[in-house]
Design a protein around this ligand. Structure first.
Ligand code: CP
Ligand code: NVA
Length: 311
């Protein structure tokens, strides 16, 4: 299995194509072990601090249960549980936590503060979502696509909706692995240009095509996977009303799925809003893999933690 000793996972740009692929393959093995009920205490005696500035269902429960299944222990630290909430610096928090735990997972607003945490930490830092990236989700997404299709290279993923943290991490992960990624977002809601260019650099090496359009049908055309996410992410609630209007033509429904490959799968990081970014018919229909995808958060993150934290 892959070793990422001494590294952090802040974005998938931190990993090579081979490292990402090896995490996916390790995750599939760990999934089998867990299904068979076989003990796999690869992180026996290790501890993970989990800092949450924003809410979470999947990330919290998958990291916490994952750590337990690996023989370790995870501490849930909500935003009101740490002195950081009353002004202790990120630097001091990183230095202190490093003396106690073997890894830190953080979900934060600012990506910069997570970079700062990592720069001051002696133990691996895992990004559990920032305003700009959600790399752990994309490990699970690519794993799910790999399980469904048998391989990744040359596949096409369409992302329809907000050019947010999910769009950014999908572009980078896909570009690394040779999966073409077409993003359709309304004008003014596209992904950050610097991140698109970064992904396009990686794509040159892998042969993937990374493109951004305002037309959902162009993105969905021939796609092997159609992906969407909420129109209003955590932290943007004040814009909800204007976003509902701006995204009205960007729903993933049966009509849009018909533009994709006939065997296309539907993916969503969840939580979802039926009737907004996706119709109930699609997310609850036969093409949807959203609950396998959610489950794979557990397996992919276990593989990631073993790679980062095992002796
Ligand atoms: N997909 C995801 O990260 O879900 P949570 O916000 O529930 O962790
Ligand atoms: N884009 C969403 C993802 C939630 C898992 C958010 O940031 O709220």
């Amino acid at each position: 299995s892959v070793s990422l000793k001494g590294k952090h996972l802040l974005t998938l740009a931190d990993l090579t194509k081979d490292e990402i692929m090896q995490i996916i393959l390790d995750a599939i093995k760990l999934k089998e072990l867990q299904k068979k009920g076989e003990t796999h205490h690869y992180l026996k005696g290790k501890t993970l601090a989990m800092i949450f500035e924003k809410l979470s269902t999947r990330t919290r429960v998958s990291f916490e249960t994952g750590m337990f299944q690996l023989g370790g222990y995870a501490l849930f630290l909500g935003k009101d549980d740490l002195q950081m909430g009353r002004g202790e610096t990120v630097e001091d928090t990183a230095k202190v936590l490093s003396r106690f735990v073997d890894g830190i997972m953080i979900r934060a607003y600012s990506h910069e503060s997570v970079v700062q945490l990592a720069n001051n930490s002696d133990v691996p830092v895992i990004n559990g979502l920032t305003d700009d990236y959600h790399p752990c989700q994309v490990l699970a997404d690519l794993m799910t696509l790999y399980e469904a299709k048998g391989n990744l290279e040359g596949k096409k993923l369409a992302y329809v909706g907000d050019g947010n943290n999910m769009a950014h991490s999908l572009m980078i992960g896909c570009a690394k692995l040779g999966v073409s990624c077409s993003i359709a977002a309304p004008k003014g809601y596209g992904p950050k240009q610097a991140i698109v260019e970064r992904a396009q650099e990686f794509a040159k090496e892998s042969g993937a095509v990374i493109e951004v359009t305002n037309d959902p049908k162009v993105a969905a055309n021939g796609a092997d996977a159609v992906y969407t996410d909420v129109w209003t992410s955590m932290g943007w609630e004040a814009e909800q009303e204007e976003r509902l209007k701006a995204f009205a033509d960007f729903q993933v429904n049966s009509e849009l799925m018909a533009e994709a490959d006939s065997e296309a799968v539907f993916l969503h990081c969840l939580p979802a809003h039926r009737g907004e970014e996706v119709s109930a018919e699609v997310i609850d229909g036969p093409q949807s893999l959203v609950f396998d995808e959610a489950e794979n958060r557990l397996h992919a993150q276990k593989a990631l933690m073993v790679a980062l934290m095992a002796d």
